[in-house]
Unconditional design. Structure first.
Length: 70
């Protein structure tokens, strides 16, 4: 979640500084890292959000244990 926060902050910064190459490079790095960490978490514990549910056969969102059940 920390990477998501940094990603949002860089997004806002880039809205006002669109030509800042350093910020743009950092945004892409943070975006990639956040996606990798989210994917790693979801492989182990299941989807973080309903948009991450991949099953088309059934609604698997509620099949995984809730965070407090682990």
């Amino acid at each position: 979640m920390a990477y998501d926060f940094v990603q949002l902050e860089l997004n806002l910064f880039l809205d006002t500084h669109p030509n800042n190459q350093r910020a743009l490079k950092e945004f892409h790095h943070v975006n990639k890292k956040a996606a990798e960490l989210r994917e790693m978490y979801e492989r182990k514990f299941g989807p973080l959000t309903t948009s991450a549910v991949k099953s088309e056969e059934e609604w698997a969102w509620v099949k995984s244990p809730w965070p407090w059940e682990n």
